[in-house]
Design a protein around this ligand. Structure first.
Ligand SMILES: *Cc1c(COP(=O)(O)O)cnc(C)c1O
Length: 327
């Protein structure tokens, strides 16, 4: 098996897999990456295991990152920093007072410093993080900027490693997965799974459901970051955009905005499967998966007896900033 760069341990792995009860037109399983931990739960911790290692090895003191008001990634970064004795500085897209709920609550309790900027300013957030790092440098502090969602060449190793874990899961559970489906929010989860499949020759289908922007936008994004990961691994960086399978059409009203249909769907899944998905990411993507299996199954599976593994990427703290939607 391919050797990845070293990582620190932040996540509780391997995460469990559950088979769903309902009839979906394929055998559906869920890998519970919402259970990678408690405070640090969700998919970002897998990426942070590699990024924090890189930062520590290079002698950094502060992790800078960014996201929306209730960013799960910003929260996971705050917790990771606290665990390894670093500081976190978060740049959140938010106007007005911060709500003291959900992910923001955790960030504040874990001692992260938070700077808020407007949606307009957020368009230049990479530059703003670089400037912040330069400010730290002036006072002799080394600050490590992590781009949105930790989706970069190093962050991708998190889900490359998760793919290898899934190959082990197949032996543990005695089931072979034909298709792996994940939410696409910044592209790193998809990129990592794709690379794991590609480099191992496992020959599965890796399907993403985008919950913001468009499939075309993410094909470009994944093309860029996945090829960079291949370069870091000294492999030919010759992936092409048409290799990525992204199912579009489930963004709804836009990033972090919900429709009644989406919330009703999540509530139905709670009752039928006893699993809680979040409205921003996994709820939309799982709805995309179930709807597409029904209407255009070829986009997900080759035949109805195929085994499909959906990655529950977390987002539970964000649910507890949006309870009102459910009543
Ligand atoms: C960030 C996030 C995603 C999206 O993953 P990417 O790697 O950014 O595409 C999915 N689900 C949850 C809960 C997230 O926080």
């Amino acid at each position: 098996m391919l050797t990845l760069p070293s990582k620190i341990t932040l996540a509780h792995l391997p995460t469990p897999i559950e088979k769903l009860k309902g009839n979906y037109g394929a055998n559906l399983y869920v890998k519970r990456d919402d259970l990678t931990g408690m405070e640090i739960s969700g998919n970002k911790v897998r990426k942070l295991e590699y990024l924090v290692q890189d930062a520590k090895q290079k002698g950094y003191d502060v992790l800078i990152t960014c996201g929306g008001t209730q960013s799960n990634h910003a929260r996971a970064t705050a917790v990771a920093a606290a665990k390894v004795g670093m500081k976190a500085h978060l740049v959140l897209r938010h106007e007005g007072d911060l709500p003291r709920r959900g992910n923001v609550f955790i960030e504040q309790q874990f001692g992260a410093k938070i700077t808020t900027i407007s949606a307009e300013q957020f368009k230049d957030v990479e530059q703003i993080m670089d400037e912040l790092a330069a400010e730290y440098a002036k006072v002799g502090v080394k600050a490590y900027p992590i781009r949105v969602g930790a989706s970069n060449a190093i962050g991708n190793f998190g889900y490359l490693n998760a793919f290898n874990e899934i190959l082990e899961d197949e032996k543990r559970y005695g089931v072979k997965f034909d298709t792996i489906v994940c939410t696409v929010g910044s592209g790193g989860t998809y990129s990592g799974l794709f690379l794991g499949n590609y480099l191992s020759g496992a020959n599965k289908r890796i399907v993403g459901v985008n919950i913001c922007d468009s499939a075309e936008f993410f094909k470009d994004e994944i093309f860029r970051i996945a090829n960079r990961s291949l370069k870091l691994l000294d492999k030919p960086a010759n992936l092409t955009r048409d290799q990525f399978e992204i199912v579009d059409g489930f963004v709804g009203r836009g990033y972090a905005l919900s429709t009644t249909e989406e919330i009703d769907f999540i509530k139905r899944v709670i009752r039928e499967e006893a699993i809680l998905f979040d409205p921003v990411y996994t709820g939309k993507a799982f709805r995309g998966l179930v709807t597409t299996l029904k209407n255009e199954p070829k986009k997900i599976v080759d035949k109805p007896t195929d085994n499909v593994l959906f990655i529950h990427t977390g987002g539970l703290f964000a649910v507890f900033s949006k309870e009102d939607l459910f009543y």
